[in-house]
Design a protein around this ligand. Sequence first.
Ligand code: ATP
Length: 344
Amino acid sequence: MPDPLRIAVRAQGLSCRLGDTIAVHDLSLEVYAGELFAILGPSGCGKTTSLRLLAGFERPDSGSLWLFDDLVAGEDAFVPAERRRVGMVFQDYALFPHMSVAENVAYGLSKAPDRAARVAEILDLTGLGALGERAVHELSGGEQQRVALARALAPRPRLLLLDEPFSNLDPSLRARVRAEVREIVKLAGTTAVLVTHDQEEALSIADRIAFMWRGRVEQVGTPDEIYSRPTTVHAADFIGDANIYRLRAQGGRVQTPFGELPAPEGADRVAVVVRPEELQIMAGGIGGEVIAREYYGHDQVLHVRLHSGAEVRVRVGPHERLGGAGPIALGLRTQPLVLPAVDE
Ligand code: ATP
């Protein structure tokens, strides 16, 4: 269980320039001991660089970084990667294909007398006990992923870093392997930081998420907070599906397709955010016409043009409105979010 009273990672104002790009800008965050923490954001937002800063593969230009009580990067301090006691799982697993599972797992362990026992223990923990003698190239993608995890956990790292660990897996395998990885990390009791551009992955596996945009952390919160109460338009837009209307506010109010709403103090340009599942078909509600329909089996998304001219996507159950086009009336389950707008 995450322990908010023990901080495993404390980053304060970390910045890192790569060539002409400020890849990470003023990164501050805290990861609790025992937590599975995800850094989520679009391609190029600085996720990998953040992870490399934590690992010690990159040296920050400014700011400080503590792992538990140790200052590992700061103005006059830099502890190199091999002395940070950090385990890594790479996107491509970086395993030795012709070595056995047990040999791969033993690779990172010093030749201490309890080495074989530790390999056996970690193979057991990761459910690989029966596969120890198998060559890695004879394993499935999901099994290779577990070997990479076992190898990283074997030396008892105080922090485990996972870089897009599921992106090489077949989509049909991903959900299962994700759940397995979460379970193993929790059983091992290790603090873990995972980076991903896949919002579903972050929402389903992480205790908390940091959302990054163009080198900066815009929001940190639990999956529910990040999804239900995004604090920036970028987070609302990138995570999950959202209807977003960029509008002008006046005197602290904004006219929206769903009626007048209060606007954040001082904002004259706002973004009104409504998740498609927050709308429902409701007799006597806001009128419009269904203009298109996407059917997904478990649910469907109706594209509706409201009488006001605004278009809105509405997620409904699979059996609603099978006829498709025609008049419709909509109601809201919750009040839309009104966020300050920012330039793209
Ligand atoms: P992706 O999901 O595509 O891997 P990311 O969020 O992990 O992206 P980073 O790899 O951290 O992002 O890159 C952040 C920014 O730094 C990007 O704009 C990238 O182009 C730039 N960058 C990365 N590596 C270098 C480098 N070696 N030299 C110059 N710029 C770099």
